[in-house]
Design a binder for this molecule. Structure first.
Ligand SMILES: [Zn+2]
Length: 735
């Protein structure tokens, strides 16, 4: 078991076959027919792009994270984006396209399922999973005989969140190719993601032809069409464009966009020369505020800087003559799936809210395409008012305690709030918004601590907050944006180890907003990490007496009590939280740890087993059961639990760390070193694993290999908990 409350576990946190050949022949025949048909149509001059139904054509979906609608060159942006601009010239560029959410996971869930967030149920980057029976672009195209593959740029789209179904390959290995001494970032550059996608496409065609008995002519193009999704993350903060883009732009964000375009270029080139028609769809999941309305990144508001996205749809192939078109129809993310299904000749499920954009008439349609949107992060993580809204024509209505209405036709910057000036118009839009019947988000499920730590490292500060019966102007994110900036400043100060300033920042937030659970939790966390256990406990007790008794506040308090020698008080506090149906996983875990600290191993075991009845794949519960068996010396049983934990979640650092201890105790030093190396790669703040790895390598005489880990430990382990270990490690390093 952990020697101490590790930060990632205690803070912000809701945690935690086939007749191929026959089919191939038929497909090849269709492809040839299509090629001939297309050739016949080439030469007819038309003003509009020639998007058409091409049965079994390939589909390439590219989602560029955090891409503002106005960032690309073709949209008037400052970044040079020649390959995306060329694609826009080859097809349709939609200049009024919108997302339905302003966060990565909910937005991608809408793109893939063709449904609004309240329909697919994924309302935030953490705490939600796409339902296991939800049809997606991948499951539908797979059923239709496509080979499917996804190449993912960052952790918010890790397979754990449920988007991987239907993909033959879902490549979300972030950082596994790095040297073991480097520490994994939960993202990877576009060049790497694109190289993997190209490699898959190349290997696939080679393998197909090698294994085929068909004539060479029938082999190319290869029989199965493919659906490939490429997600690149580069424009997301922090903005660190690679050379030469770092030197070319005053605003680093633009450098990231230009670098992303350059990274995608070879993929588009491959696809153009693939010898089979390919539908290419490029969009952003959301934009980036870059200071708009006081917001720096995205997630809090839903102004055009973050809600509006680029959307480019093109069909490419040697025989398709490019014709460019700019469409100003109100295009939506929910329209992407119907468009893809239409383009490949599949029927569109009747219950999808979106409409195909394939027929030219749909792209000049004056018929309204109203769009629902939301931003639930502030509600779920801070307890602020939920933000929902509707786009109808060029009118935009945002339903908040302080309502907002904008006329985007004349006021693209949303500078003039028209709400209240024409009450009839306000009422009509509010009523259209209500007609969507969007419920507030359902309860979030627990994420494991490593997941929370990874999301936090990408700038998402999660927390939990009780729902209110009524939200007022005081709860409006417009009122609270300054506080949010303070909260982020507190996190930055903490990361920079400027602890007293971080503490001051959180105290300032509590003074202005005494009902904000997350401020108490962060303040307590900083106090705890700097060795002020009593002060940390006091802060959380004060939160509870102020009326903030969220499960996470109580769980954090209970855990601190247990870790500081007062397990009885912790048990008394946490037991009531776990008597309900569907108890909070964090609370259960905290109670289990408290029982273990109190010497009640059997009770602890029952609690962790109960966690497994709720979520059989809870790596946290599995690893803690392993620790209990480790503590009583039952190595085989412990190993089984840790192995189950790794299989449930290969990214669980504590499960790998546990396997390391089992290996060392069993006399297998090499296996121990390998397991701890993995644990440290997965979580740079797993100080126990860092210490064990460094010291064991040093003990075995390999000081050179030990040094990076020991140095890392010496620099980053909190002295309040590792004073003795730090002295020992510094002594080794002096050798
Ligand atoms: Zn995103």
């Amino acid at each position: 078991m952990k020697r101490r409350a590790r930060p990632s576990e205690r803070t912000p946190a809701p945690r935690r076959s086939s007749s191929r050949r026959a089919l191939g022949l038929a497909a090849a025949a269709i492809a040839v027919t299509v090629a001939i048909l297309a050739a016949i149509f080439v030469g007819r001059g038309r003003a509009q792009a020639d998007l058409r139904v091409v049965p079994r054509q390939n589909v390439l979906l590219v989602t560029i994270d955090t891409l503002r609608a106005d960032a690309l060159g073709s949209y008037g942006g400052r970044a040079a984006t020649p390959s995306l601009d060329r694609l826009a010239r080859d097809g349709v560029r939609f200049d009024f396209a919108h997302a339905h959410a302003v966060l990565t996971l909910p937005s991608h869930a809408s793109i893939l399922t063709g449904r609004y967030p309240f329909q697919h149920g994924v309302r935030d980057n953490s705490g939600y999973r796409l339902a296991a029976d939800a049809p997606t672009a991948a499951t539908l195209l797979k059923q239709a005989g496509y080979d499917t593959a996804a190449f993912i740029g960052a952790f918010p789209l890790h397979s754990r969140f449920g988007l991987a179904r239907g993909f033959d390959v879902y490549d979300d290995r972030f950082g596994e190719t790095r040297a073991p001494t480097e520490f994994v970032m939960p993202e990877r550059p576009a060049t790497e993601v694109v190289a993997l996608a190209r490699d898959w496409l190349h290997r696939r065609s080679t393998l197909k032809s090698q294994g085929s008995t068909l004539s060479p002519q029938a082999q190319a193009p290869s029989p199965q069409p493919w659906f490939v999704w490429v997600h690149v993350f580069d424009p997301h903060a922090p903005y660190r464009p690679p050379p030469p883009f770092d030197a070319q732009y005053a605003r680093a964000y633009d450098g990231e966009v230009a670098a992303t375009d350059a990274a995608l270029a070879p993929l588009f080139d491959d696809v153009r020369s693939a010898g089979r028609p390919t539908l290419i769809v490029v969009t952003g999941d959301h934009g980036e505020a870059l200071g708009d309305h006081g917001e720096q990144t995205h997630g809090l508001f839903a102004y055009e800087s973050t809600l509006r996205v680029p959307l480019i749809i093109a069909e490419v192939g040697d025989w398709v003559r490019p014709t460019s078109e700019v469409s100003s129809v109100a295009a939506r993310h929910v329209d992407i799936l119907p468009t893809v299904l239409d383009a490949v000749g599949l029927s569109i499920p009747a219950d999808l809210p979106g409409r195909t954009l394939l027929p030219a008439a749909e792209r000049r349609a004056s018929a309204p395409r109203p769009s629902y949107f939301e931003a639930m992060s502030a509600l779920l993580n801070r307890g602020w008012a939920p933000l929902t809204g509707i786009l109808s024509g060029r009118d935009k209505y945002i339903d908040l305690p302080i309502a907002e209405r904008y006329d985007l036709a004349g006021d693209a910057a949303e500078a003039t709030n028209l709400a209240g000036r024409s009450p009839d118009r306000d009422r009509a839009l509010a009523s259209s918004l209500r007609a969507f019947g969007a419920p507030l988000p359902g309860r979030r499920q627990a994420e494991d601590p490593a997941a929370i730590a990874r999301l936090r490292s990408l700038g998402y500060v999660s927390g939990d907050a009780p729902a209110k019966a009524r939200y007022t102007a005081d709860d409006d994110p417009k009122t609270l944006i300054a506080i949010d900036q303070e909260l982020h400043r507190g996190v930055d100060l903490y990361v920079a180890k400027r602890y007293p300033e971080a503490i001051d920042a959180y105290r300032g937030i509590i003074a202005r907003r005494p009902d904000m659970a997350i401020a108490y939790r962060h303040l307590a966390f900083v106090a705890w990490e700097t060795g002020q256990a009593r002060a940390a406990i006091d802060v959380l007790e004060r939160a509870r007496t102020t009326g903030i008794a969220t499960a996470s506040v109580t769980t954090q308090l209970g855990t601190y009590l247990a870790e500081s020698g007062n397990a009885a008080a912790a048990i008394q506090l946490l037991e009531p939280l776990t008597t309900t149906d569907g108890p909070d996983a964090d609370a259960l875990n905290g109670l289990g740890i408290a029982y273990a600290r109190a010497g009640q191993a059997a009770a602890a075991r029952r609690v962790f087993e109960r966690m497994l009845t709720i979520d059989p794949r809870s790596a946290m519960a599995l690893a803690n059961l392993g620790t209990l068996d480790l503590e009583r010396g039952d190595l085989p049983a412990a190993r089984t639990w840790f192995e189950r934990a790794v299989s449930a979640d290969p990214t669980s650092s504590s499960a790998h760390a546990g396997l390391g201890v089992v290996a060392l105790k069993g006399g297998d030093r090499a296996a121990a070193i390998a397991a701890w190396t993995k644990a440290c790669e997965l979580d740079a703040t797993n100080y126990d694993a860092l210490y064990n790895l460094g010291v064991t390598l040093a003990d075995s005489g390999n000081l050179a290999a030990a040094r990076p880990y020991l140095e890392r430990f010496a620099q980053s382990a909190p002295p309040a908990f590792y004073a003795r270990d730090l002295r020992e490690v510094r002594k080794i390093l002096e050798k």
